[in-house]
Design a protein around this ligand. Structure first.
Ligand code: SAM
Ligand code: SF4
Length: 487
């Protein structure tokens, strides 16, 4: 495709009517004056007020913006310790001692945008561009499946080379590539905002969660950091997931890139985004919330010179406040963070991590790290096996389970059971079963040793004899060679 047709393509992507229809009285849901006012009004919260808010979160009720503002402004370190504990309790109550694990798979890094913080931006001449063919993609999937992965997040730059039709083809390849017992059972997508019609194409080929991060909710900062390209349109991005819901993509993931603007403002932005989705889609908000933190990238000086950098302590606080604000939603902690921060922040309520990540395009099949083909530089380079072993030592079982989605436990159905704290009733038995498959098919002897003990402990803790009987029978069948058994 020549330069002119890329330009033409760009002119037709945004459908203004698919932005306007979601606004209330012509305004989007980020009212900056109101957010700033909330943060000022709640600048010195009382101890009792913070404790009452924690009790509400523990009761699995979503917080109101004034309550989240109070938590964000807390300066009492003892209360923060209590909030960390509450975050963990909420996570255990909703999801149990279970961490869902996935691999990021970067597929194409051609990009028409110029996000100043991203190594893939179109005007970064030090970025090596690549666009996987379906054969190359198959090699990547095989390499991932051979390591034991079952779930992916597939990532794409914004370009006509990676339009909805291409993404749909890549999803089909992901689901159809099998190696021995192994296969990909769920492919989530992180790609540019699309029209409802394009999202319907992805729905039809079985897209998992569709993720779009707003990066920053602050309008003028957004404008400054996205100077050109389709992404310069704040509203097109803000309503990307509203359109996904309208297209019948049940599970959507929101996120903010922390380090671009004031972290307290961004947490409230995520909350207002959640509230607007819940309001417009019968109580169904985001399936997951992501909170990536800005990382260095090749030839990207913006990152070193920027004044909103988030230190580790603040990062832990912001993750905790998100956990408390939307207690029933999945929270994703990525390998942007180093292993020790991950071990620490998992404890305040995250539910999903990526592991064994290689974010260079074509990196899994080549088995090499290649910064010029990466969007940014990773903080955690442990293998999947090591990450799983470290989690097991902390008492967390790694779940590769995708049964919920394949049995239609998505969207509204999922939110209902999550809000009642019942996800783990089905998910823990299924986590045990998929973990057992992993130990049998892919794990190192050290991981098997820790993992088998963990399975034993979690089995003992299952809620009743009927479930135990069923799990015992399935474990026996898995040991005999069957796979993909779930409750
Ligand atoms: N191109 C699409 C888009 O921008 O929506 C899809 C994915 S982009 C490759 C994935 C996410 O990576 C972005 O939404 C952004 O939050 C994050 N990201 C970009 N540059 C980053 C950096 N330097 N450090 C950490 N995360 C970054
Ligand atoms: Fe392109 Fe996404 Fe990177 Fe922006 S963040 S330059 S849209 S790949």
């Amino acid at each position: 495709m020549g330069a002119v047709s890329v330009k033409e393509w760009m002119q037709n992507v945004i459908k203004p009517e698919q932005i306007e229809k979601y606004k209330d009285n012509g305004k989007d849901f980020i009212n900056e004056a109101h957010i700033n006012e909330l943060l000022l009004k709640k600048c010195q919260p009382e101890k009792q007020e913070i404790r009452d808010i924690m009790a509400k979160s523990l009761n699995l009720e979503r917080l109101e913006p004034e309550e989240t503002a109070a938590l964000l402004n807390c300066t009492d370190e003892d209360l923060w310790q209590e909030m960390y504990q509450t975050g963990l309790q909420i996570k255990q109550k909703v999801y149990g001692r279970r961490i869902v694990t996935f691999a990021p798979l970067y597929i194409s890094n051609y990009c028409v945008n110029s996000c100043v913080y991203c190594g893939f931006r179109g005007n970064n001449d030090q970025s090596i561009r690549q666009h996987l063919t379906m054969d190359e993609l198959r090699e990547e999937i095989k390499a991932l499946v051979q390591k034991g992965h079952k779930r992916l997040i597939m990532v794409y730059g914004e370009h006509p080379k990676s339009d909805a039709h291409y993404i749909a083809e890549t999803l089909k390849v992901a689901y159809s590539t099998k190696v021995g017992h192994g296969e990909i059972r769920r492919s989530n997508v992180n790609a540019a905002p699309m029209s409802i019609e394009d999202l319907e194409i992805l729905r039809d080929v079985g897209i998992g969660t569709f993720q779009v991060f707003q990066e920053t909710y602050h309008h003028s900062t957004y404008k400054k950091l996205h100077p050109r390209g389709i992404k310069a349109d704040y509203g097109w991005r803000l309503y990307a997931l509203h359109r996904a819901m309208d297209a019948g993509v049940d599970d959507v993931g929101i996120g903010a890139l922390f380090g671009l603007y004031d972290w307290k403002f961004e947490v409230l932005g995520l909350l207002f985004h959640t509230i607007d989705l819940e309001k417009k889609f019968a109580g169904v908000g985001p399936h997951t919330i992501s909170f990536p933190r800005l990382e260095p990238a090749v030839n990207t000086p913006f990152i070193e010179n920027n004044s909103y950098k988030i230190d580790d302590e603040t990062f832990k606080k912001l993750v905790t406040v998100i956990r408390l604000s939307v207690p029933y939603t999945g929270m994703i902690l990525t390998a942007r963070e180093n292993p020790s921060i991950r071990q620490d922040v998992i404890q305040v309520g995250c539910t999903q991590i990526d592991a064994g990540a290689n974010i260079a395009i074509g990196g899994y099949s080549k088995g090499s790290v290649d910064y010029e083909r990466q969007q940014f530089i990773l903080g955690d380079n442990r293998s999947l096996d090591e990450a799983i072993r470290d989690l097991a030592k902390l008492g967390y079982i790694t779940s590769f389970c995708t049964a919920g989605y394949r049995c239609g436990r998505t969207g509204n159905y999922f939110m209902e059971i999550a809000k009642k704290g019942k996800v783990h009733h089905l998910c823990m038995p299924n986590a045990i079963l998929t973990f057992k498959e992993y130990l049998l098919d892919y794990a190192s002897p050290e991981t098997i040793e820790v993992g088998e003990k963990l399975i034993q402990n979690e089995f003992e803790a299952l809620p009743n004899d009927l479930v135990k009987k069923q799990v015992t029978e399935f474990l026996r069948r898995i040991e005999a060679g069957e796979r993909d058994l779930f409750l």
